[in-house]
Design a protein around this ligand. Structure first.
Ligand code: PHE
Length: 433
């Protein structure tokens, strides 16, 4: 039996849920290390410009499509024209593949929460991480555990599950981030860390840096796979799209910058390279926490923070697929959640094993984990975003008027949507591939 189409119970819940989707590992884990690798402040300013003037367009576009059609991502494109049915499916493939590697990281987070909770800390985190992630059973088990913990919320529905989870977890997340950022600012490396973040070094300003900033912006705003469209389809009739989009962008950016303010003072206090990369969160940060007084307290807060950020994003990924399968195959939300969970479980196991027994199994010279990460972030996201902008701009008559009325913003939006943003995205795709 099919369930009735849900609606957020308030505007605030809608904003918290979209912020919950946007704020994830992309902000706390990826943003600081990408900024570290790309020269700190120059990257930050480029990223801010791109997000405020370019990424706002596909974001408004997805919210607008959600508000206009009030359907899941597959049906939305099918209604626009049956010839665009594949676009909805492409979004579903993308948003089902992302959790297959994202939840592996979720499993690692659960493991680190456990070791900080029980205070059984290894002496050397670099050795610990490589020996733990290369095991067969434990990482797979924790990935599936993280998946099931996430699936509970779409299973329970939009109001009783997703809304409640976000309303509880996001304030806790913000509080923990604030505690850690304030603590980091009391460390001796605070000044150096802040200078690194806010004093631009223009020698890093080049094409690759701009492209990286754009890729990061799309990923962190959850654009290009119908997630924002799906959350937007539950919004109330009188919701203002531009205001909601800017609120989302501002919250997401404040959180990413606060994550930097939390990480760089610690990094500089301990003399770690700010460009240490992906290992920053699972090797350098826990190593540093373990050498501080109250190690288990700060370590636990850090990994709980990562947990809340990743689970609220995970919920939004799963909801996009669950909503689509529920409407498309006319099955209940519960059945649809079980099917989605099974598919993700199946693909995430080889992704988890990529760090151990399958580390030599490579497709296009990449392990399953890296292949999933690379193709979804660097190919599918910009490509899907491009197609969504082109369809909204060129195939829906007066899309901008339907969303913004006759306002000045509508006219500017229309030009950016039809010409400027697609050209930039084509450029990103061509150089990216
Ligand atoms: N925006 C999330 C992050 O920054 C990732 C995400 C991707 C969320 C796709 C939903 C859908 O981590």
């Amino acid at each position: 039996m099919q369930d009735k189409r849900p609606e957020w119970s308030s505007h605030l819940s809608f904003i918290i849920a979209t912020v919950g989707s946007a704020v994830g590992l992309g902000n706390i884990w990826r943003f600081p290390y990408i900024m570290g690798k790309n020269g700190g402040a120059v990257f930050l300013f480029t990223y801010l410009l791109l997000i405020a003037f370019i990424c706002i367009i596909p974001l408004c576009c997805e919210l607008g499509l959600g508000k206009l059609y009030k359907k899941n991502v597959i049906n939305t494109f099918e209604i626009i024209s049956p010839k665009y049915k594949w676009v909805g499916w492409l979004c579903i493939i993308t948003v089902t593949l992302i959790p297959c590697f994202y939840f592996v990281v979720g499993g690692w987070i659960l493991n680190y929460i456990w070791i900080f909770l029980t205070n059984e800390l290894p002496v050397n985190f670099a050795n610990y991480f490589s020996s733990f992630s290369s095991q067969i059973f434990m990482p797979c088990f924790l990935t599936i555990l993280f998946l099931i913990m996430t699936a509970i919320f779409p299973f329970r529905g939009v109001n009783k599950g997703i809304e409640k989870a976000n309303n509880l977890m996001m304030p806790l997340f913000a509080l923990m981030l604030l505690i850690l950022a304030i603590f980091a600012l009391t460390l001796p490396g605070a000044k150096e860390g802040l200078l690194f973040m806010f004093k631009p070094d223009f020698s890093h300003f080049d094409k690759t840096m701009i492209l990286t900033a754009l890729g990061q912006a799309l990923f962190t705003l959850s654009i290009g796979m119908g997630t924002i469209l799906t959350y937007g389809s539950y919004m109330k009739e009188n919701t203002n799209i531009v205001k909601s989009a800017y609120t989302l962008i501002i919250c997401d950016t404040i959180i990413a910058v606060t994550a930097g303010i939390m990480i760089f003072p610690i990094v500089f206090s301990f003399g770690v390279e700010p460009s240490a990369g992906a290992s920053l969160a699972f090797i350098s940060m826990p190593q540093m926490f373990s050498e501080l007084p109250f190690a288990s307290f700060f370590g636990l807060i850090f990994f709980a923070l990562l947990f809340f950020a990743s689970i609220t994003s995970g919920i939004s990924m799963m909801e996009t697929t669950v909503a689509a399968f529920t409407d498309k195959f006319k099955i209940s939300r519960k059945k649809s959640t079980v099917i989605t969970t099974a598919v993700i479980a199946l693909i995430s196991i080889p992704a988890s094993l990529s760090f151990g027994v399958l580390s030599n199994f490579k497709v296009f010279d990449k392990t399953v984990f890296d292949l999933l990460d690379y193709t979804t972030s660097n190919i599918f996201l910009p490509f899907n975003t491009l197609i969504i902008c082109l369809i909204a701009g060129w195939s829906i008559p007066y899309f901008w008027k339907k969303i913004f009325g006759e306002s000045f913003f509508g006219v500017v939006f229309n030009i950016l949507l039809k010409f400027i943003v697609p050209i930039i995205l084509i450029f990103v795709l061509v150089t990216g591939i």
